[in-house]
Design a protein around this ligand. Sequence first.
Ligand SMILES: [Zn+2]
Length: 64
Amino acid sequence: MSTCPCCNQQMFLSAGKNRFYWYCSSCRQEMPDLISVMMTARQRAKRTRVFESLESTPQVVGAR
Ligand SMILES: [Zn+2]
């Protein structure tokens, strides 16, 4: 579980449009899920690196 950065109360994980967000019943507003945002950014960076490495790999098609 996560705690609200504003009031330090426990937040509830709610489902939104194609995403999850934390909802604080104390503040009565949703809080951005910073952890998942950071993880998503890392995953994107990883994927980009993979694609870059694939693109930089010499073409071996037809070189058997
Ligand atoms: Zn709060």
